[in-house]
Structures are given as structure tokens and as C-alpha cells.
Ligand binder design. Structure first.
Ligand SMILES: O=C(O)CCC(=O)C(=O)O
Length: 280
């Protein structure tokens, strides 16, 4: 028999005030990094060769597994001790650099991150921590507050239909809010919250580090959608993202198959109504 106290959802953020803001918005901005942490990570960024010289890339897009492993371990080493002080009952999953070279084609359009673990009981978390200034010119983070609670659908590779795709420009321009984040701060968020960044229109490269964390002991998963629209879910190793290349079929144990996978698209008005309802 389930006791009523077992049904109370476990808090994600250790601090009750941050937890309340996180439950409402799906993200919080906090003081996070010392100058020494930033210097150590910038040093690693300068030393490790991703093999990618232009555009926008998270480390996991590099074909070099050695680079991805080195980056992961360095980010975990520096960032996890602080992240762990904010979130309760999690373990690190993937550490990356998110690099945005200058260029008008470097927008990261609104998206939710891939499902990497079961989210039915506890969210998967990420910390997004600038190592160089994130400004209006280099492209500030934009989010749709509260959207972690009311957007539906599976998320994986290489691409999945989404409820907002037909309306993403209006959602981005009319509803999403800019989140100022200074070097030394970080945004901690539920990876279901809709987020994205505009292009880097400055003349310098923007470098951010990011660390994903999953509830302790929860298996890693990946959803793949093939060219016929069939979605398959796989249980995969924890370091899956360190070896997987987008376009590949995951090498894991399949646990589900959904032929002709679809989502219910939302009109702009429906999205605006859900957003307004979640704010009231
Ligand atoms: O680094 C960026 O500009 C965007 C990052 C992002 O959207 C993500 O981490 O999912």
C-alpha cells in the first residue's frame, strides 16, 4: 500500500525559495561560479580540440570521442560540486561546452532538450553557465516560463514533431522572455522548459559550459524516430551522449515502439492561453 507521504513529490532544489520559483517557472538563475572555476574551464576549452571551427555546437556534436570524454570529466570535476549543493538526489550525466562562434546563422531555435531519463517522477536538470559574457549581442537565453508543465511529446533524435513548431517564431518573439545571466551566475532548469538563444552577432566567440544531471540511479534512455515516423525508446549506457552521433540508431535495449508517432499541435492562441493560465 502506498502511504500518502510517499506521494508528496520530492523537492528538486534544496533551498525552499528557489524550489518554489523553480516549480513555477521551470528555471532559476543563481550565483554559481568563482573566477577560479571560470578560468579553469576556459583553460580546458582552449586546450581541448573539438574539431569544429564555426557555427554553434554543443560538445556532443564533435565526432571526437576523446574530446567529448575529456570535456565531460573536466566539467563534472569543476561544476558538479556546486550543482550538487543546489539540487537534491541527482547524479551528473553529461558535461559539455556550448560554443557559439559569431555568425547570423547561429540561432538555437526554441526547443526542449532530449529526454535522457524517465521524467514521470522527477525532472532531468541542466545548469547553463556562461564562461564569456552572454549579452544582447552574443545572444541571451530566452525561455517560456512554466512551459515544462504543459508541453507534451517525446523528444529525441534525429528530429521529432513538436506542439509549437508551426508557431515557433511568434512564440519566440511574443511570449518567450529574456533571462539575463552574468558570468559567475548560472541558469538551473528543468530540461522540459522551452528555451533557445538568438544568433551571436558580436565578433567574439561565446562559450558556455553545461552539465546535465539525472535522478540518482534512474536508467538513461534515448528516443529515436526513423524516416517512417516510428519511434523507438532504448535504454542506453550513462555515457551514451559521449559516443552517440545524431543520425545514428542508438545501440541499446529497446523498451518501446510507437508506429506513426504524432503530437497534437497547438495554435498560437492555445499556447498563449496555457502560458497565461500557468502564470495566474
Ligand atoms: O548554448 C546555447 O546557446 C543554447 C543552449 C541550449 O539551448 C541547450 O543547452 O539546450
Amino acid at each position: 500500500m502506498i502511504r500518502s507521504d510517499e506521494l508528496v513529490q520530492q523537492a528538486t532544489l534544496r533551498d525552499p525559495e528557489l524550489e518554489a520559483a523553480f516549480q513555477r517557472d521551470g528555471y532559476v538563475v543563481v550565483d554559481f561560479a568563482t573566477p577560479e572555476m571560470i578560468a579553469e574551464l576556459l583553460d580546458a576549452y582552449a586546450q581541448f580540440e573539438s574539431g569544429i571551427e564555426s557555427g554553434y555546437y554543443p560538445s556532443l556534436m564533435s565526432p571526437d570521442e576523446d574530446y567529448k570524454a575529456k570535456t565531460h570529466f573536466k566539467v563534472v570535476d569543476v561544476v558538479w560540486p556546486v550543482f550538487d549543493r543546489y539540487i537534491d538526489g541527482y547524479e551528473p550525466m553529461l558535461g559539455v561546452f556550448m560554443v557559439k562562434h559569431p555568425g547570423p546563422d547561429t540561432e538555437v531555435p526554441p526547443h526542449q532538450d532530449w529526454i535522457v531519463a524517465d521524467e514521470s517522477l522527477r525532472p532531468t536538470m541542466n545548469v547553463w553557465m556562461p564562461l564569456t559574457p552572454v549579452t544582447a549581442e552574443t545572444g541571451q537565453m530566452k525561455v517560456l516560463p512554466g512551459s515544462h508543465k504543459w508541453l507534451d511529446g517525446l523528444r529525441g533524435s534525429p528530429s521529432f514533431p513538436t506542439q509549437w513548431e508551426a508557431e515557433y517564431q511568434r512564440v519566440r518573439d511574443e511570449l518567450m522572455v529574456t533571462v539575463p545571466i552574468e558570468v559567475g551566475q548560472a541558469m538551473i532548469y528543468d530540461i522540459r522548459v522551452l528555451h533557445g538563444t538568438p544568433p551571436n552577432l558580436s565578433d567574439s566567440t561565446r562559450v558556455v559550459t553545461s552539465l546535465y544531471a539525472v535522478p540518482e540511479g534512474v536508467p538513461s534512455v534515448h528516443y529515436h524516430r526513423d524516416e517512417h515516423g516510428t519511434v523507438r525508446g532504448y535504454e542506453v549506457p550513462r555515457n551514451f551522449c559521449g559516443t552517440f552521433m545524431i543520425g545514428d540508431v542508438p545501440d541499446g535495449t529497446q523498451f518501446t515502439e510507437i508506429p506513426n508517432y504524432t503530437v497534437d499541435p497547438l495554435s498560437f492562441d492555445e499556447i498563449a492561453q496555457r502560458y497565461a493560465a500557468s502564470r495566474s
